[in-house]
Design a protein around this ligand. Structure first.
Ligand SMILES: [Zn+2]
Length: 243
């Protein structure tokens, strides 16, 4: 069966898978006036999937008025330049990832891991068409999206990585702070700029209130998501030695 191009999580909040049925996800938030905020733009090849996802929601690229990226990695920022061209929407990125987003290259992976060093040497994080970031985001900022979309800084995976909490819909978009691939887990160390920081900042996601946990890698959790994340963080991250 073909993968659905868009999945509605709660009214006005959609997941748009751009690889398989959930390997790489973008999100779309629809406002009362019909305008759309797109969160993450997938790989460089993702824009046709994003446009198909919008069409399944009854939307056109011209309805997108804002693009927010959780972080500057090629599977999130890869389609940004093309989606900016197709929508005319400004792009928002956390201040600490702006220079990577605008240079079209990922931040360096965690060099404390041999895999990270190898990754850097042989696959330097991938690249994408550079673009200009119009809005520089900061922790705690609430964007006027669907009644309020809160920026929750979760650096570590990248220096300016953010998660997003849609307060009215009670949906948390973890970004790559937490994956739901073969279970809830932290992003693999070689993919992080600073794995210890990833471990520490992920704890923030156990403290928030939400009814749906949505992931940029993996399917959503709609039953007791907070307990699932808290349980994992307590078990795995709770043991981590702080710096
Ligand atoms: Zn990433």
């Amino acid at each position: 069966m073909a993968n659905p191009p868009a999945i509605e999580l709660v009214p006005g909040v959609f997941r748009i898978p751009t690889v398989g049925s959930w390997q790489v996800n973008s999100y779309a938030f629809v406002d009362d006036d019909g305008s759309v905020t797109l969160v993450d733009t997938g790989l460089r090849s993702a824009p046709p999937k994003l446009v198909a996802g919008l069409a399944a929601m009854g939307k056109r690229p011209a309805d997108v008025t804002r693009i927010v990226l959780t972080h500057a990695h090629p599977d999130h920022a890869g389609g940004a330049a093309e989606m900016e061209r197709r929508t005319g929407a400004p792009i928002a990125v956390h201040t600490d990832d702006v220079r990577y987003a605008e240079s079209g290259t990922s931040p360096s992976p965690d060099r404390s891991s041999p895999a990270g060093r190898l990754f850097e040497r042989f696959a330097p994080g991938g690249s994408w068409t550079p673009f200009t970031v119009t809005d520089h985001l900061t922790d705690g900022q609430v964007l006027p999206v669907g009644g309020g979309l809160r920026v929750v800084a979760t650096p570590g995976h990248s220096p300016g990585h953010i998660s997003l909490l849609h307060e009215p819909g009670r949906v948390l978009v973890t970004g790559d702070a937490i994956f739901n691939v073969l279970g809830v887990r932290l992003s693999p160390k070689p993919l992080c700029s600073d794995f210890r920081m990833t471990q520490r900042t992920a704890q923030r996601l156990g403290e928030l209130e939400y009814a749906v946990a949505a992931f940029t890698h993996g399917p959503e959790i709609t039953e007791n998501p907070r307990e699932a994340l808290r349980g994992y963080l307590r078990k795995t991250v709770g043991r981590a030695t702080p710096d």
